[in-house]
Design a protein around this ligand. Structure first.
Ligand code: ISE
Length: 336
């Protein structure tokens, strides 16, 4: 039988996942949409005919309306959904971040470790992007020598009203805190944030762009241009510097046009198109793992906790300046 998935949160990300599961993911269907906002719930329900609507996850569990849960609410609302989902022993795909800080993430880990094995897969979808995976293979192969530095451009055209200054780190650089250590094979040991000249087109409440400098345990230096008011479009491009070569991913691709004296390629305007294939692969791999009984095929809650520790250091560096160390706790056997 198809895996019945409850999607919690029907905002931009949730609606995108509802559409993806309904139209492209094999072996699963959206059986429940958990969304307190009636308008959003109605819009989302049109994407998944037959899905039942609930105001909260507990009601959906009570009604036995699901086998697994995909949490797509904003980060600050993850913990109150993770807890009942863990108590009901449900397989969970939790969009990033796990929670907003390391203490609340640790609470979730303690709850999860009462179960027989990890039940939470984290939505760090860049690991499922073919180019990031190819870059990780190049690092591991040593074909260009050792990795020395990584340059990450993370550019959003704009951000929603709800986006706060700290979210530059906890909602955006959170991706680099997961994907760069993963591709480099070494954890983050410190974070520093530098403030260039402020973009006058940025919303008053935001002081950006920022330059985030991470040091990895193996000495690799990473700089991230975190920029959420670039206006022109959505761009996530990464350059890796090796001893004997360079690698670049995330470059514009597709139809090339010459007309009216210009050369142009259509670029992205949102993460939903830039990472569409990565999201599809991530959800398909998760569904297949749940149906096999393995529950997880990707980053787990411990990876989410390590990212929460890095984000905490990043928020401190954002506010206070200086080089802030990142704690590196021992990975429990439960999360081997
Ligand atoms: C958003 O929540 C995402 O996860 C996107 O991948 C990221 O580019 C954006 O900055 C975040 O706000």
């Amino acid at each position: 039988a198809e895996l019945r998935i409850a999607v919690v949160g029907a905002g931009k990300m949730g609606a995108d996942h509802i559409k993806r599961i309904t139209e492209r993911v094999a072996g699963a269907r959206v059986s429940a949409i958990v969304e307190p906002d009636a308008g959003r719930a109605e819009d989302a329900a049109r994407l998944a005919p037959g899905a039942r609507r609930f105001g909260g996850l507990a009601e959906a569990i009570e009604a036995d309306a699901l086998d697994a849960v995909l949490i797509a609410t904003p980060g600050q609302f993850h913990a109150p959904v993770l807890k009942p989902a863990l108590e009901a022993r449900l397989p969970i795909l939790c969009e990033k971040p796990l929670t907003q800080d390391s203490a609340s993430s640790l609470e979730i880990l303690e709850l999860e470790q009462r179960l027989d094995r990890p039940h939470i897969q984290l939505g760090f979808m860049r690991r499922f992007d073919a180019e990031y995976a190819a870059l990780r293979e190049l690092v591991a192969s040593g074909e260009s020598g050792e990795l020395l530095m990584v340059r990450a451009l993370h550019r959003n055209p704009s951000v929603p009203e709800s986006y706060t200054n700290d979210m530059l780190i906890t909602d955006s650089v959170v991706h680099e805190f997961d994907v760069v250590p993963w591709l480099a094979g070494s954890p983050v040991v410190s974070v520093e944030v530098k403030h260039p000249r402020r973009n006058s087109l940025a919303p008053e409440r935001l002081s950006e762009p920022i330059l985030v400098i991470m040091e990895l345990e193996n000495g690799v230096l990473v700089d991230v241009e975190m920029n959420v008011s670039v206006q022109f479009g959505y761009q996530v491009a990464t350059e890796a510097v090796f001893e004997r070569g360079i690698a670049r991913i995330g470059q514009p691709s597709g139809l090339q046009r010459w007309d009216a004296g210009y050369f142009r390629v259509k670029d992205h305007e949102s993460f939903t198109t830039r990472f569409a294939a990565a999201y599809d692969a991530q959800i398909q791999r998760w569904v297949d793992a749940v149906r096999r009984g393995e529950l997880i095929d990707g980053p787990n809650a411990w990876d989410g906790y390590l990212v929460a520790l890095a984000c905490e250091a990043g928020v401190t560096a954002l506010g206070e300046g200086g080089v802030v160390p990142v704690a590196r706790p021992e990975r429990p056997a439960f999360y081997a």
